[in-house]
Design a protein. Sequence first.
Length: 247
Amino acid sequence: MRERYWEIDFLRGVAVVGMIIFHAAFDYAFFASSENVNVYAGTWFWLARAVAALFILLAGISWTLHTHRKHASIRVREQEWRVYVRRGLGLIVGGLLISLLSYIFFPAYAIWFGILHFLGFSYILGLFFLHRPRGARIAGIFIVFLGILFSTILHEQLPYWPIMLPVFFPTFDYFPLFPWFGVFLVGIGAGHYFYPRGERKIMIPAWENHSVVSVFSRMGKNSLFIYFIHQPILIGIILGMKVLLHV
């Protein structure tokens, strides 16, 4: 087992902290007061997208590292396809559980294609690009460009394909394949470039034992667990504060 690269865990930890900060603001606006916080514009809007882009980019990079560490060659053996497909399907099932819970408690804002659904599809669709880094980079940039175009200039002309194309409807979490699958593909390309054959290409300082880096890295290693538990905790805190302040 090769060592983990601290910079990957650290950056994922940074994304986790950004996610918690944004969701705290979002939950405050939704459950307490939307007059003081507008999460759909300005700094909050861009924070959400920066955090999402970092998460997804790192997912693509980490996938290439995992593949390199399983095989001397980057080409995925046929029997390994089923491993990655199972991983994707597992994330989709997790996403469907989130969909069910969100529909039960907040039907008007139910999550139909959130981050877990998206990552599940990306792991399956990304198999075609996993050993094609140049194609991943080119296709990724093209998909990001089209996604931005679709969500701005052409959004009124798009068919209603919410999984693939960016459409607008009330929901807590939404990641259509355009543009986000492009970010995932860029991550695959970046993983090949910065970690060829699973080895770090650019030497960086050994800061993994620094106290601050260590805290962020631990959060990065447990990002999925934190993703599942942080919202109930935040909502509980905000609703508790709301009740106390009214008392």
